[in-house]
Design a protein around this ligand. Sequence first.
Ligand code: S3P
Length: 454
Amino acid sequence: MSDSEIFMENETLNIKPDLLCSEPVQHINGEIVVPGDKSISHRALLLSAIAEGDSYLHGFLNGEDCLATMNALRSMGIQITTNSNKVKVCGVGANGLTEPKQSLDLGNSGTAMRLLAGMLSSQPFSSVLIGDDSLSKRPMSRITEPLSSMGAKIDSNEGCPPLVIAGGQKLRGINYRLPVASAQVKSALLIAGLWAEGRTTVHSPGPSRDHTEIMLKTMGVELSTGNDHELSLDGPVALTARNHEIPGDFSSAAFFIVAGLLASNEGLLIKNVGINPTRTGLLEILRLMGGSIEILNSRESGNELVADLLVKKSQLRGIEIDAKLVPLAIDEFPVLFVAAAFADGITSVNDAKELRYKESDRLSVMAEGLNTLGVKTKETKDGLRIKGGALSGGYIDSHGDHRVAMSFAVAGIAAKDSIYISRAREINTSFPDFLSIANSVGFAIRPHTISTRH
Ligand code: S3P
């Protein structure tokens, strides 16, 4: 990107109405490109801000979550300019952030709050991190406890936001065993470790997305790995600025993968999708269910694996999902439950308690929505069992969870009648162009207004 292309403000969000209607359709076919990866967009912003020098990000996701991270960094003196999905970040190095004048509002984004908490624990200034109603209920002790062992001083509201982070603390490296496989916790600790004296080591009980590790390495950090998903870095360590090529978000592609399996007789091609193996558990699960998904043109782009996916209508069958695949498909369960609702037989998952701590309690919210559409489900303490069959239409409360709202929009294409989805505005957090992209391949989703008679 040349300097002449730079940069005006462009922060358009496309889904304004709160109630959507998704109508049944015959087929969906064609070709789409999904927006940039949310996890990688957050990390590229955060790490570029504390690197020495300018970085250019290509394929950035202009969703509300990433814009919250962008605004928080701007409040701490980082100059960021944007032109569509190209972003220039003027890095200030490890000691260049300035004290924010107000609380940092991270909206709906757990990734922004947890990774920023790691970054702000060792700054010379204090900061306060707040979020919306959903984020304000999400557990933060999973990061505040290990960060406190490193020397951070963080107050919370009984383990939930707001987080009040005291300035002027000196951090030291720790050796920490994560109780659950979580990329956000792992990343918060590794980022805090960039300022800590000595070695920071994290062990995880299983794999989780590794975008932070990939990016840190390309920015000059020596990360050593060991058994038991062990990762270590020696601090303090500075980052070198570099440009970032951000692939399409597999988690956004997931809605179209399932839609293609339900209704694409000619095939739906989803181009330039990140297929990092720590993210693609859904592919494995859907193939085991009988789904036809081809990976084409697999290539490396900006240190991440990318491919085009060709999906064709398939009759799915229910399976018992292997617990090992749960962290590798963690954000895809809402739409996977929709696929299970159309499959022959029973699909079940256990060891998925983490789904209760996402933007909503996704086990209970998905069970509630599927029951409303006539699907038999049984919720357990850490899982869900779904008896596949036909779906009727109906009114669904998305509980303000973007992935729940998009999942039921996908269900609408193959249900017997229209599905109405409330609180759908939150789709803007991860996929502001969802409606236009979906309708371009044959979905029939429209904003719905309720008329009142007097
Ligand atoms: C994310 C990690 C996952 C995922 C979230 C994004 C990330 O959370 O659910 O949507 O960008 O690191 P956990 O790390 O808590 O599993």
